[in-house]
Design a protein around this ligand. Sequence first.
Ligand code: CP
Length: 333
Amino acid sequence: MERFNDLADFSAAEIQELIALANRLDHTPEPQALEGKVLSLLFLNPSLRTLASFQSAMVRLGGGSFVISPDMSIHGLETRPGIVMDGEAAEHIREAVPVIASYGDAIGIRAFAQRRDIDTDVADREFDELAGLAGCPVINMESAIQHPCQSLADWKTLDDLNIPSNKGKFVLSWAYHPKALPLAVPSSTLKMAAMRGMDVTVLRPEGFELPDAVMQKAQSLAEQSGGSVTESNDRREAMNGAHIIYAKSWSSTRHYGDAVADKALREELVDWCVDEPWFEPARDDCRFMHCLPVRRGVVVTDRILDGPRSVVIQEARNRLYAQMAVLYRMLKG
Ligand code: CP
């Protein structure tokens, strides 16, 4: 495996094989599998789970890793193309990426969306340029439009919970958040659930529709898997018979790149905080998913997060085993 960037680059059978490997490595450790191998980790944005789980994964497989991020004592890092570097930054990302990559056998890169231009972000141009500089296998640790490690872990979590693939009802719901957040998690989650063959409803207020390219890709994946993808702004209709609600906030696509207009629109939507009444039309055993970090009392209430519906800790734990499987295939073959 040369690149782990998008679950849709793989067949459903290949994803299932990765999840079987993740389960095997969970139950039967292989502490020497990646002996002598090094994973370079470049974080241009903050992280808890991705940072810790990749380091833990390499240790558990007998290899090592190192982390570089702008808030460490490195030279100031410039990321803008074509810039005259007469300011604070002393090093450009165009040299930093190949240098960091040359110290390892594979590199993980996190580079969030700039959220200035939706076409640039949906095309994932910044990440593709960074990945193209690496010269070694690349793992996407969240870019403008992809978060494949989260989605692989979430697919495994759905399997662990015995949520049916065909005829399983999955609601991807927008939730309130005071900030405009990237599209990576909702876009990747939607494609994951569609590939898994689920009946997916994107529940979102007006102005927060996911980009057409993302919806069309998900619809095409659903056609192949026997699932379906629909959109709704009617919470009751969307939640009817749901097995899963996956909550996430994201930027207004109507006002993408316009922080003032986005804020004005989202300020009217503080009641999009997931709480028990949302589940009334759903199945009794409907579960709550979220990639974390999550703002308590804003995105979801304490009683849902702390109650039996929540599987957020299982999702986070599965990041470790999902990524161990990816590293194993990438570095061991
Ligand atoms: N879900 C996720 O990627 O978490 P972090 O941002 O903490 O890595």
